[in-house]
Write a protein that binds this ligand. Structure first.
Ligand code: G3I
Length: 345
């Protein structure tokens, strides 16, 4: 019989899953969440575009459903996210950008949003992704050239962290980013972190999204990312883990437009099962690493079961089964590889 993941990893890290409100009432995902998770993340409904209707006006309807389900089932909640370039309502930036007061106006809107939202969820979330994906993907400035960066400069990250800390003195504050397993991107993120720490900004940890594949990355790269964080006295969360079945996509597949992506697999074919086996091996290698690193306090998969995952529409529309549970919510090879050292995928 399948052990509960939260029991299997008890004393190591919290076991999290992201979910939409619809999934907490769904016959496939609800039992998986109740059995296996002691942490969860709202996939979309706690982002600024979902909550921040206009200045000072908030919509917590869907987020409240997630919080209520979590609390009824003894599941802790990770807050995701207070600031993200992909979820930035236009009202934050309204006004004459050439006026002398524009920067201060935008900063005040950001500070008010964070103060209000962090206060609302105080005691209900144990960590916040205060800033999501601030790191540049290319050489040069470590900062992503987002609207936030353009208006407030590099200070926007410290402004956000300080506003969150002022509203809740104990919630853990995170910067969350993807591709921390990439050596160059990790160096850029750490240069941002070092600036923040030198300035005494309140930062508790780094979230590693870990959207990975059957063939990338090597364990050593992920270990190096954890160690870079740990060395700076911070903790690690794995925040968005999934293992795409497509290990053979060229780099251009992740460009805009996406070109040359591997063609869709067909369930049940030899190629499909080969990929499922490779996925199980990758999951085992990653969870073995997580369990060996005391600085890793929380590990969240970006989804519950294979019936719902963002990877069926990104980078292109195609079949993808990137999680630990199949489309019916049953444990798959990846699950057994993680919880049973003698299981051969
Ligand atoms: O709810 C609307 C629906 O009413 C509308 O008809 C439909 C038409 O496009 O859109 C629906 O909203 C979509 C939403 O997901 C819910 O399905 C948005 O368009 C779509 O952009 C949104 O995508 C989410 C994406 O973040 C952007 O916010 C994905 O579900 C979510 O998995 C993804 O998660 C991100 C993390 O937050 C940060 N790291 C990367 C990760 C994957 O992109």
């Amino acid at each position: 019989t399948a052990p509960a993941l939260k029991t299997y990893f008890n004393g190591k890290f919290l076991v999290g899953m992201t979910a939409e409100p619809s999934e907490i009432n769904n016959a496939i995902s609800q039992p998986v969440l109740k059995t296996h998770a002691n942490s969860m993340t709202a996939e979309n409904c706690m982002k600024p575009l979902a909550i921040g209707t206009s200045a000072g006006v908030y919509n917590y309807t869907l987020a409240d459903q997630v919080i209520a389900f979590a609390s009824a089932n003894n599941i802790a909640v990770r807050g995701h996210t207070l600031l993200w370039h992909q979820s930035a309502p236009d009202w934050f930036f309204a006004g004459d950008s050439t006026s002398a007061t524009y920067r201060a106006t935008v900063q005040a809107r950001l500070e008010r949003y964070i103060a209000d939202v962090v206060t609302y969820f105080k005691g209900k979330v144990y960590a916040w992704d205060v800033v999501n994906e601030p790191t540049s993907d290319s050489a040069g400035s470590p900062y992503r050239n987002s609207r936030w960066y353009q208006v407030l400069g590099a200070d926007y990250i410290e402004i956000a962290l300080r506003a969150a800390r002022a509203a809740d003195p104990t919630v853990k504050l995170f910067i969350n980013d993807y591709s921390t397993e990439n050596t160059d991107k990790l160096a850029r993120l750490m240069s941002i972190v070092d600036t923040l720490l030198t300035r005494g900004a309140p930062l508790d940890g780094i979230g590693h999204q870990l959207h990975i594949t059957t063939t990338w990355p090597p364990v050593a790269n992920v270990r190096a990312a954890f160690q870079a964080v740990e060395t700076r006295g911070l903790i690690n969360h794995v925040t968005e883990l999934d293992v795409s079945l497509y290990g053979s996509d060229p780099g251009s597949c992740y460009g805009t437009p996406a070109t040359g992506c591997a063609p869709s697999l067909t369930e049940g074919t030899t190629a499909y099962w080969d990929s499922i086996r490779a996925q199980a091996a990758q999951y085992r290698a990653m969870y073995d690493l997580f369990a060996s690193q005391p600085s890793v306090k929380s590990v969240t998969t970006w989804g519950v079961a294979d019936n719902h995952t963002w990877l069926t529409s990104y980078p292109v529309n195609r079949l993808n089964h990137p999680l630990l549970f199949d489309t019916t919510g049953k444990p798959k090879s990846a699950f057994w590889a993680v919880v049973n050292p003698s299981f051969v995928p």
